[in-house]
Design a protein around this ligand. Sequence first.
Ligand code: PLP
Length: 366
Amino acid sequence: MSHPFLDLPPMSAAQFAAIEQRVARLLGTRQDVLIMQGEALLPLEGCIRAAAGPDTTALNVITGPYGQTFGGWLRDCGAEVVDLAVPFDSAVRPEQIAEALAARPEIDFVSLVHAEAATGNTNPVAEIGEAVRAHGALFMVDAVASVAAEPLLPEEWGVDLCVIGGQKAMGGPAGVSAVSVSERAWERIAANERAPRRSYLSLLDWKERWIDAGRAALPHAPAQLEMLALDACLERIETDGLATVTARHARAAAACRAGALAMGGGLEPFVHDSAAAAPVATTLRTTGGIDAAALVARALAPAGGLPLAAGGGALAGEMVRVNHYGPLATPEVVDASLSALGGALIALGGAPEVTAARRAAAAVWG
Ligand SMILES: *Cc1c(COP(=O)(O)O)cnc(C)c1O
């Protein structure tokens, strides 16, 4: 029996290198791009372990759960970590970064999450990059939730290590991911005795065995299906146009936010300032004692298939996430999500303006 996933011819080094080039084009960078054979946590951990050691003083910006994870890895590496935490319903301001750097001149590494799907906020990477560059620290950014949802120009913004994954706005696979690496970052990593070598986490192994060897032979059999899916989603973004894809996400977020503001009756935007709201997903706060997890369960009961979730961990009681990314960044999904949430609010004793909410969202799409 033949099957589209089975009996595939092996992926060639040339094919693999062409997909890396496609990622580089997507990011508008001439820096090295490596596609790592695992979910995005692999390059995120690989970058931190490659760059940090006992001599490192790191400024770790925490605007959501991933920033917390990075702090743990940095401490594991023996780095001294300065945590800069901001409330999860806002973004970090570039002045806060500049002040933190000025207070600790020895800081030589900065880690930041661009957009957080889990909390629905996005940080001004371009402006932060200016402050980091002026200070001279190495700058690592987790752009898994921002790539293809909003502008992302790592090289222009002075990002030394930029990690992306295909599973959010790109509408692609979760099983492979990519990182762009600046020349400065390679130098730092090569000088770090503690950087993983002969390890699945190692960026250096791939540099030596793949990039420096002219991308002529793959060191290992690649995750072929995931690579093909990544290539397909990159091709689709090129066909649709990256600007079109990001605009669709921006409108989905604006429509969802406008809808929630018009709805009231137990829901409001979680992120206060619209400029700090991530295009990838809209988070909402329940008011009047309504439990977010119960609200989401109600909203999903009749409809199903909607991208609604309660917040993770401590946020489960008060946060609703509308994950309108990838193929779900559409007027129909936003409208159905608002309708379902409105119905659930009524069932739980709230008094939402559902029709006004749907009209406000539709007006954003025009
Ligand atoms: C989604 C996401 C990742 C990828 O992690 P998963 O938990 O596997 O989804 C990494 N960083 C950020 C900021 C994300 O939003």
